[in-house]
Write a protein of this length. Structure first.
Lengths: 92, 181, 138
């Protein structure tokens, strides 16, 4: 049964990652791309989680936390940067 | 920023949380490890001083448990609502930005309401006006004024639940008067 | 968590299998939302909410699979961290998106923030010329 679950989740996650990558490539603005990259990181995290659950180990747990922290810091930084740049061009 | 001393009682929730994180990260809840964690927590809280969170001084566990369960149910509902909207409506979805004035002016309550609002169905905080404690919320699938009123009511209900759990006594009595009226 | 009884074991396996598939489906829901929704704000709804539930389901499945109590605190802490960070980053992105006019006004039924923003901009003496830039920026 675990093999079936792994196959199904692999297909589903691949489709999801594909969708996120399409949005990164197409996304009209920088913020759209950041958002899609965040989702892509979440999908990577989901894959790590499924690997841990299927093989019954916890080696990836800190990696999972690190990945979600990178997503958080990355999107906050870019959001601040975008807003700042915008305000500067307004004032000039 | 005034560096007034904060009482241990006010700091206690933060310290407990730090100890729990410490124990969870080591995956070891033996007394010795927890004691060492508590030592480090006190040290960290002393060295990296943050402006204290002003708690109302009360915490109602009886209200908190159903609230947390409701919250979980809403998180589940939120995901399925987004899935449904993405599949069924897609590009034609109509949304709105709604201003919701909150009752409380405490930073903690406004933040908590904003967090929960961002996670329950169909709402997302766009902007916060701290001086009037107004949340500007982007609601998905809000097509009419009635929907907007419903969204506003939902957010204020969330806030009422939070006030019942950890609001100050003054806020609680104001809320009770409002409900009775 | 008692791995002795065989039937209990299979039940736990089945539940965690269902949770794993559901968690993966949540990621798919986020991706579908990203592709189908028309503007940044609605996409943000799609990006944040299924992510939280998806991680919850997957961590729950992991906890069931490990069958030992000491993993639960780590998993709960990991999930709470996500609960705390996701709304913050969503708010930051949403705020930046609203300020840089990544909205489609025709898709909004009401916009109660716009008047406030206009008023604030007027007070600071800005001439509002964002209309062209919004279309050019896309």
């Amino acid at each position: 049964m675990m093999q079936l679950v792994l196959t199904v989740t692999a297909v589903v996650l691949s489709l999801a990652a594909g969708g996120a990558i399409i949005r990164i490539a197409r996304g009209p603005s920088l913020l759209d791309r950041v958002l899609a990259a965040d989702v892509l990181l979440a999908i990577v995290g989901a894959a790590l989680c499924i690997d841990m659950a299927a093989n019954r180990h916890l080696n990836n747990l800190m990696l999972l936390v690190a990945v979600s922290l990178i997503g958080f810091v990355g999107s906050v930084t870019v959001a601040r940067f975008v807003a700042d740049r915008r305000e500067k061009t307004r004032e000039s | 920023m005034s560096r007034k001393r904060i009482s241990l009682r006010q700091e206690l929730p933060l310290l407990v949380w730090l100890v729990i994180v410490w124990g969870a990260l080591w995956r070891d809840f033996s007394p010795g490890n927890l004691l060492f964690g508590a030592l480090i927590a006190v040290l960290v809280a002393r060295m990296f001083y943050l402006p204290p969170v002003e708690l109302g001084g009360r915490f109602n566990v009886l209200r908190a448990v159903p609230f947390a369960l409701m919250f979980l149910a809403k998180v589940v509902a939120a995901s399925f609502q987004v899935l449904y909207l993405a599949v069924a409506k897609g590009p034609r979805v109509i949304s709105a930005v709604v201003a919701v004035p909150l009752r409380s002016h405490s930073d903690l309550l406004v933040t908590a309401t904003g967090h929960i609002t961002a996670l329950i169905p169909g709402s997302l905080v766009v902007e916060v006006d701290r001086s009037t404690s107004t949340l500007y919320i982007h609601g998905i699938n809000v097509r009419s004024a009635e929907d907007a009123a419903q969204l506003r009511k939902d957010v204020r209900d969330t806030e009422a639940g939070l006030i019942r759990i950890l609001g100050t006594k003054a806020e609680l009595s104001a809320l009770n008067q409002e409900v009775a009226a | 968590m008692n791995p002795e009884t065989l039937s209990g074991d299979t039940v736990i396996d089945a539940v965690s299998a269902v949770f794993m598939v559901a968690g993966a489906l949540m990621s798919l829901a986020a991706a579908v939302g990203l592709l189908r929704f028309p503007d940044l704000m609605t996409r943000m709804h799609a990006a944040t909410k299924p992510q939280v539930l998806g991680l919850f389901l997957l961590l729950f499945a992991l906890g069931l699979q490990m069958r030992s109590w000491w993993v639960w605190p780590v998993l709960v802490v990991a999930w709470i961290f996500q609960l705390l960070t996701v709304p913050v980053s969503a708010h930051m992105v949403g705020r930046a998106g609203y300020r840089t006019k990544h909205l489609h006004p025709e898709l909004l039924s009401t916009d109660e923030l716009e008047a406030v923003v206009q008023q604030a901009a007027g007070k600071r003496g800005f001439s509002d010329d964002d209309g062209d830039e919004a279309s050019a920026g896309r």
